[in-house]
Design a protein around this ligand. Structure first.
Ligand code: F6R
Length: 607
């Protein structure tokens, strides 16, 4: 969502802030701004548009002793210079940046207006600046502590005051905030990517915590000014991981990283001796795993589709009922938590509000919720009862790719573990492990066919609608393929079970609506071939993704993408890759902003 940066230290202020914002631009990119404290004033520069537009407006000689910056994904108030952060109070002495939503802002705004405050934006955030200014008593930390007690909703904030040289105060409730500890410099950020180029030492703030920083010191407190001791953690990301390197886009880089990221997700987790999985982070005893009667998965977007794939696998080989639900729907329908059940909250970012709030609601009801996350230290893994990190490395492109295949890997290993405690034999377990271990190489082979997919994208990029069709365990892959295409190319795409097409969507078929069929050589192959024939009979264009050597499918389709023949249950891995590539190359053909598609943002921290 939005991104926050704050800096106290000797480096060129504007440069540090702009660089931090650039690295967080994937979190939200409709407007941006900075406020720099000099001895004379708070200089605030903000612009609708991307960081590049802001950069043009910032004088290079803008130095100061502390500063804050923000990149926005609009919630309250349209995209405009005035709605961009930072926001100032009337006197121009207080500047704030805010992530999250202040739910009681209307009441606060009315009260402040009745006291004569003039607002210069339509945002919920601006009330914070006015409240800080009115409550200010010479101690900015205490003022912020008092201010946030008046707020309802979620916030990560950074505050500066003209009368407080070289000092920033941050606060967190429901929206991430990290303190970066450097050598004679300190940072605040909503996302470690903003500061990893400067320091690897970080402190993650918890809800209800306040931090005050200057270049040489930091202090963390609760809302009543009681000091809190926090541990410094070391980030293990390298700068290259958050840079594009030789690739044109982060999305391209992340697609091509998958042989490595899948391997990382399985490393140390496959037990060859006993043909099972090993996931220490689950924090569950063997007895608890054996007593499991139900697995439930909650997630959003691409992570939801990873959960759907897993539900097929869990039911088919572990023989445990598994349901998957959109996290946003869970929280407000008074979910029933059953005994001997576990929930997985699957989330790349670990900060998705829909998933986080659903998880909290389930935990309130006594559920055991395990996280499957990528970002270490994010809210979901911190608050979950255990879980699995997928170790994909930073995913910067807004469209999720490598996280999906790594989420699958983690869920496959979990399934192996519980299946081996039930019906799966040693031989079957060994066969499953062997099949899983071949995936990185097989994914690399599919990536080798990228130029062919690029050619297909050239052929089809003018289509206005697309259908993605699959069955069984590959049906969720079709849904994911459609999501990928629509979010970055803006072509309308729908995913369906191939069987479902005849129940309605077939009305869309014609020369202008191509269909992409997933046709692995599994038990449903014949059925999918029949569905393909139904589409061909209505003059539909068909692209088929099928197994190497499947000449029958190739002969039926207008175009074909071949993937290696793999274990029947492993097709979701190799079938996903061409769909990611197809979306990527189509977006390129159309000249779309691949890494930062319109209206979207990475890590959706509002409901
Ligand atoms: C799609 C995409 C989104 C996310 C969704 C959940 O490419 O990126 O649909 O998958 O917002 O995000 P996480 O996994 O961070 O909870």
């Amino acid at each position: 969502m939005c991104g926050i940066i704050g800096y106290c230290g000797p480096k060129p202020m504007a440069e540090v802030l702009l660089e931090g914002l650039k690295r967080m631009e994937y979190r939200g990119y409709d407007s941006a701004g900075i406020a720099v404290r000099t001895n004379a004033e708070l200089s605030v520069i903000k612009r609708a548009g991307k960081i590049a537009t802001l950069r043009e407006a910032v004088p290079p000689e803008l130095y100061g002793d502390c500063g804050i910056g923000h990149t926005r994904w609009a919630t309250h108030g349209g995209v405009s210079d005035s709605n961009a952060h930072p926001h100032l109070d009337d006197s121009g002495k207080v500047a704030i940046v805010h992530n999250g939503i202040i739910e009681n802002y209307t009441v606060l705004r009315e009260k402040l207006s009745s006291e004569g405050v003039e607002f210069s934006s339509e945002t919920d955030s601006e009330v914070i600046a006015h409240l800080v200014a009115r409550l200010y008593d010479g101690d900015l930390t205490v003022t912020v502590q008092n201010t946030v007690q008046l707020l309802k909703g979620t916030y990560g904030i950074a505050v500066t005051h003209l009368d407080q040289p070289g000092l920033l105060v941050g606060a967190r409730n429901g929206s991430p905030l990290v303190l970066g500890v450097g050598e004679h410099e300190m940072f605040l950020a909503s996302d470690v990517t903003a500061i990893v180029g400067h320091t690897k030492q970080v402190i993650y703030l918890e809800d209800g915590e306040i931090v005050t920083i200057s270049a040489d010191e930091y202090r963390t407190t609760d809302l009543h000014d009681r000091s809190i001791d926090k541990h410094i953690q070391i980030i293990n990301w390298e700068l290259e991981e958050i840079e594009k390197g030789e690739y044109r886009h982060f999305m391209e880089k992340e697609i091509f990283e998958q042989p490595d990221s899948i391997l990382r997700a399985m490393q140390g987790r496959l037990d060859h001796e006993y043909a099972t999985g090993h996931l220490g982070g689950l924090n569950m005893t063997k007895k608890e795993l054996l007593d499991l009667e139900r697995v439930k998965i909650i997630a959003a977007g691409t992570s939801y589709y990873a959960g759907l794939v897993a539900s097929y696998l869990i039911e088919s080989i572990a023989r445990i009922p598994c349901t998957v639900e959109l996290a946003a729907e869970v929280r407000y329908r008074n979910p029933i938590v059953e005994r001997n059940s576990i929930y997985f909250a699957v989330s790349q970012s670990g900060e998705t509000a829909d998933t986080l709030y659903a998880m909290r609601e389930l935990q309130r009801k006594g559920a055991r919720v395990l996280g499957i996350c990528n970002v270490v230290g994010a809210s979901i893994p911190r608050e979950s009862d255990g879980g699995v990190y997928i170790h994909s490395g930073p995913e910067i492109a807004v469209a999720s790719t490598k996280a999906f295949t790594s989420q699958l890997t983690a869920l496959y290993i979990f399934t192996l573990l519980i299946a081996r405690m039930r019906h799966m034999s040693y031989e079957q377990g060994t066969e499953f492990i062997q099949a899983l271990e071949q995936i990185p190489e097989q994914v690399a082979a599919v990536l080798g066919g990228a130029p062919k997919t690029a050619e297909l994208a050239r052929t089809y990029h003018k289509a206005r609608n697309f259908l993605f069709l699959g069955r069984g365990i590959n049906y969720p892959v079709a849904l994911e393929g459609a999501l990928k295409l629509k979010e970055i190319s803006y072509i309308h795409a729908e995913g369906y079970s191939a069987a479902e097409v005849k129940h309605g969507p077939i009305a869309l078929i014609g020369p202008e609506t191509p269909s992409l069929f997933l046709v692995p050589d599994d038990t449903l192959r014949e059925k999918v071939i029949s569905n393909m024939k139904e589409v061909k009979a209505r003059n539909g264009q068909v692209i088929a993704v099928c197994a190497e050597g499947d000449d029958e499918v190739a002969a039926l389709a207008d175009h074909v993408i071949r993937v290696p023949r793999v274990h029947e249950l492993m097709y979701p891995f190799v079938m996903t890759i061409p769909l990611q590539l197809f979306a990527y190359y189509t977006a390129l053909e159309l000249g779309r902003d691949v890494d930062q598609p319109r209206n979207l943002a990475k890590s959706v921290t509002v409901e």
